[in-house]
Design a protein around this ligand. Structure first.
Ligand code: A3D
Length: 318
């Protein structure tokens, strides 16, 4: 059986990290694409030269022409611009909506059967643009945000509880932005929900609220430290988990920005919800019951995504 082909559109910080991780996990051959000349070729060659050391089998190439992504099984999109200190994700929409239009055209022409994972911000609206322009089925176009947001939540909780990150599950719903909704009720340590751990004295409600806020601000905290760009190691790891679920038909239950139509009372929008990812792409939207407060927060988040999608429509080249 031939190796899978994974195309990375955008060969910047996240693109390069994705390329490296794909090789280390032997998920397939990698094509790096970017508009910057030399960058995708240089990163491909550099990583390819690490394969004899690691003892792994993966072919690497770099390109500035969309023809190179032809027939890709998986495409991960990071093309565009990241945040700088003081910027919100939504400030990126002017440039990135246009970039997503170009990328969507390239995918439509050369890789219409791929499973596409978008990472470019503002995430939920950019996934919408990519799907709209590429014309791919909704279940084959998805956004990475929830895996990263919940990983941040899990990491902060593991520090607070002094237990392994492996034993913590966390649940984050809604758009990838300041309105994201980390759900304490559905987040657990070895199956014990967080509110029960507050009752048992593991932490206080106040501390838990601070952790939830730090999760919401998780991206900005790193932008503030790096100053020249945004997080890339954890975002890349999160997208790889989603790609692997598709390539290996794992049927993993992961939070992702997926097309929700009918569930949660929504009539067709990309927003963060739990989904099942397997060989069929997004095979199922998992619907959970929300209490009144969670419903209000989720509703606010959906409204904010809706606003960004409307803005994207105006910005997309006609
Ligand atoms: P960066 O290192 O700047 O890489 C972006 C790459 O895109 C650069 O190499 C550019 O040359 C390239 N590029 C620009 N325009 C085009 C185009 N039209 N076609 C092809 N390539 C192009 O950024 P990064 O890798 O750090 O971040 C990439 C994106 O991911 C940004 O929009 C970030 O905001 C976003 N991001 C999202 C998350 C989520 O959790 C959703 C987390 C972190 C970053």
């Amino acid at each position: 059986m031939a190796r899978k082909k994974i195309a990375l559109i955008g060969a910047g910080n996240i693109g390069g990290t994705l390329a490296h991780l794909i090789g280390l996990k032997e998920l397939g051959d990698v094509v790096l694409f970017d508009i910057a000349e030399g960058i995708p070729q240089g990163k491909a060659l550099d990583i390819a030269q690490s394969t004899p050391i690691e003892g792994l089998n993966a072919a690497y190439s770099g390109a500035n022409d969309y023809a190179a992504i032809s027939g890709a099984d998986v495409i991960i999109v990071t093309a565009g611009v990241p945040r700088k200190p003081g910027m919100s994700r939504d400030d990126l929409i002017g440039i990135n909506a246009k970039v997503m239009s170009q990328v969507g055209q390239g995918i439509k022409q050369y890789a219409p059967n791929a499973f596409v994972i978008c990472i470019t911000n503002p995430l939920d609206a950019m996934v919408w643009v990519l799907r709209e322009v590429s014309g791919l089925p909704h279940n084959k176009v998805v956004g990475m945000a929830g895996v990263l947001d919940s990983a941040r939540f899990r990491y902060f909780l593991s520090e607070e509880f002094k237990v392994s990150v492996e034993d913590i599950t966390a649940f984050v719903l809604g758009g990838h932005g300041d309105t994201m909704v980390p759900l304490a009720r559905y987040s657990t340590v070895a199956g014990i929900p967080l509110p029960d751990l507050v009752k048992a004295g593991w932490t206080t409600q106040e501390k838990l609220d601070q952790i939830i806020q730090r999760t919401r601000d998780g991206g900005a905290e790193i932008v503030g430290l790096l100053k020249t760009g945004s997080a890339f190691y954890a975002p890349a790891a999160a997208a790889i988990q989603m790609a692997e679920a598709y390539l290996k038909d794992k049927r993993r239950v992961l939070p992702a920005a997926a097309w929700v139509k009918g569930q949660y009372g929504l009539d067709g929008i990309y927003v963060g919800v739990p989904v099942v990812i397997g060989a069929g792409g997004v095979e199922k939207i998992v619907e959970i019951e929300l209490n009144a407060e969670e419903k209000t927060e989720f509703g606010k988040s959906v409204e904010s995504v809706r606003g960004l999608i409307e803005k994207s429509k105006e910005l997309m080249p006609k």
